[in-house]
Each structure stands twice: as C-alpha cells, then as structure tokens.
Design a protein around this ligand. Structure first.
Ligand code: SF4
Length: 379
C-alpha cells in the first residue's frame, strides 16, 4: 500500500489495514466521511490484492424471474405487481425450463432466480421448478430465492420451519441462496422502505440456517435512499458478525437504489463518488469476506471497471435478462458478453478468470464458442 497516498487523518486506519487488524465501526464511519477517494481506493486495493492477487472474476449466468406477483408492496420496488396490474407476469415451469435450456447452450454455469411473494403457487410447483432445472443438467448451479421468499415459502406455502423448507429445496437441487432483500437492516429505514418485510434478525436467521446446513450464500446492501452513513455501517456490522459466526457468505454485493420509476423517484440517484466509496469502505471493513462484487446492472460497466481499483475483485456476470432494476428505470444493458467483461478486466490490468457461483475459478469457456442471448434470438 502506498502510505504516501493516505492523509494523516486516515493514517491510524491505514496502519490497522497494513497490520491485518480489524477496523471499528467508528473507523468505517470516518472512511465514509472522507472526501479522499484515492486514499480509500489505496486502502481497499491493498485488502483486495492480499485476498485475490491480480485476478478479477466473472460468471456466465442467466437471470430468471418466475413471477412478479407479490403480496407485499415495498416502497422502493417497481418490480412487484398485483394480478390486475398491466405489468404483472408469471412464467410456467415449461417456459422457465426452455429459457434455461437455451441459456445452457450459451455456456452458462448458473441460473439466478428470484420472484415476488406469490399469492397462490403451491409447494409442489416450487419443488418441480427446482427439480426440473436440476434434471436439465446435474452441473448447473441453481442460485435462487431471497430470504423473504424463503420465509414466505416456509410460512404460507410449505407450512414448515425455515430449516425444513430449505432442506426440501436443497434436496430438489437448490445450490445457493441469493443475497437480495437485505436492503438496510435498520428498523426505522425498513419501516419506511419495506414495511411488512422481514426484519434484520429474520433475514440473518434464514442465511444462518442455510449456512449451518453447510450451504453458502451471498449478501447485499441496497443503499442511496433514506439511510444514513451510520445505518450503512450498522448493516455492514451485522453481516460481518454473521460471517464471523458461520463463514457462509461467499461474497458481498452492494448496490445503489434505482429511483426512476419507483414511488421514491424524488430521491437523487447515488453518485459515482458514493458508489466507489461504498465499495471501498465495504472492502476494508468486511475483513472476513473473500470477495466483493460490483453489480454492473446498477452502476454500469464503465464505473464497475473503475471499481476494480476500489476493492472490487468480481464483475458479476452475463445475466442475459435483468428485470428488477430495469423496471425501476435502469438504463444499463440487460446483458453483457463475456468479451466485454474480459476486455474491461484486462484493460484495468487484471487477469480475467471465469468463476462458478461460489467464486471458484473455472477454465474459461472459449469466446469463439459463445453467442450472446441477443445473437441467439436473431438466429
Ligand atoms: S421488494 Fe420483493 S417483497 Fe418487496 S414488493 Fe418487491 S418483490 Fe415484493
């Protein structure tokens, strides 16, 4: 780490980072309040480099949203719908299986699947969905469901405990839980943003239970709306504590709120400065996490590329069809090609490496063997 880049006010934190010492919540807050983005980048980069060397990863994945019907109406969400709404949609298992089968021919190793809290789908529907995707390819990694979906399934659909619900889904073929739905853990923020959704303890309990079964998941933070910097640090602290307890999180994916078409359209979108400092502070604070992912869907690939110098070691994946952020007004593309992901990583001076859902390195699928979803649709 170039200590000359660090101003005197941040030197005590830099020394902790240099000596592998954990930083405190007060340190994290001081970093968040610093205007010296280069210093934050230098500190975060030192942590990233010691954990991941010169490698930056990406995954070949396909997003699937099985339905946006939801019994809740979170303030920030432009995705959810009631049955009568024009933008309501629901896919059949056959349609989802066909979509994933097509994506497998494009080389994906992961399907990433979430939906709303559906008012009427039954237990067997969910088990058949996961089971039929598993039957398509035993190697396909099925990463699905948010913690709130799991709570909904347990309480209203499977009518059993969180542990038993997770075990049935795992036995049907579920490999990993998604990290979405964490938003900001602070109860006052949740009350304004997503009243009726699970609280922090309930979100963490789902992931704790999954981890105790020997399984892994990712975690997220939705920031840049009504939360304070203290509330961001509190969110990071709760994630760090659960990671100390279980070690089950494979990576952290913070993303900025997309306000455009939501009922919170008056909230200014997060700036590039805020996005980079949030990634950098997360990298420094979450010393027990191996990986930090930049979500190009919310920040755009150009800024995600720059974030490789602010602690990020992973650029997420091809995705192929993103709905949640785009229904909220995101102007980023819906998919990335492997070529673009590899190009931006190389240009940033890193070695691009394909990964699986658990950030394990894979041999790269030759680009010549890949077509984009767009090309396939034209074929
Ligand atoms: S965020 Fe999730 S739970 Fe909340 S309204 Fe949207 S789909 Fe439903």
């Amino acid at each position: 780490m170039k200590l000359s880049l660090i101003p005197p006010s941040l030197q005590p934190i830099a020394e902790k980072v240099e000596h592998y010492e954990r930083i405190t919540d007060a340190d994290a807050l001081q970093l968040f309040r610093s205007h010296d983005l280069n210093a934050l980048g230098a500190l975060a980069n030192a942590v990233r480099e010691r954990k991941n060397g010169n490698v930056a990863t990406y995954i070949l994945n396909r997003y699937v949203n099985y339905s946006n019907l939801c019994v809740l109406s979170c303030q920030f969400c432009a995705f959810a719908a009631k049955k009568r709404d024009a933008h309501a949609f629901e896919s059949s298992i056959e349609e989802i299986v066909a979509t994933v089968q097509e994506a497998l021919t494009l080389g994906i190793t992961e399907v990433h699947m979430v939906g709303g809290l559906h008012p009427s789908l039954g237990k067997q529907w969910y088990l058949d969905l996961v089971g039929q995707l598993r039957a398509l390819d035993p190697e396909l990694q099925i990463k699905a469901f948010t913690a709130i979906e799991i709570r909904h399934l347990a309480r209203r659909v499977f009518k059993s405990s969180i542990g038993d619900t997770l075990a049935e889904l795992r036995d049907a073929g579920l490999c990993a839980l998604t990290g979405a739905g964490a938003e900001i853990f602070d109860p006052a923020v949740r009350d304004q943003l997503c009243r009726g959704k699970e609280d922090a303890a309930e979100w963490l309990e789902v992931h704790r239970t999954w981890h105790e079964m020997g399984m892994r998941s990712t975690c997220t933070m939705l920031y840049g709306h009504i939360e304070t910097l203290e509330q961001r640090v509190d969110h990071l602290r709760q994630l760090r504590e659960l990671q100390d307890e279980t070690g089950g999180f494979t990576g952290f994916i913070p993303f900025a709120f997309e306000p455009t078409t939501t009922v919170m359209a008056h909230v200014p979108p997060a700036t590039a400065f805020d996005q980079l400092r949030t990634l950098a502070v997360s990298r420094i604070y979450l010393d027990n996490f191996d990986h930090l992912t930049a979500y190009w869907v919310s920040m755009g690939l150009p800024l995600a590329q720059i974030s490789l110098a602010y602690g990020v070691d992973d650029l997420h994946g091809t995705i192929m069809e993103e709905k949640i952020f785009h229904m909220a007004g995101a102007k980023t593309p819906q998919e990335q090609t492997v070529e673009s992901l590899r190009h931006v990583i190389r240009e940033a001076g890193r070695e691009p490496v394909q990964r699986d859902s658990f950030y394990n390195h894979l041999p790269a699928t030759p680009v010549s063997a890949l077509r984009s979803a767009h090309e396939l649709a034209l074929a």
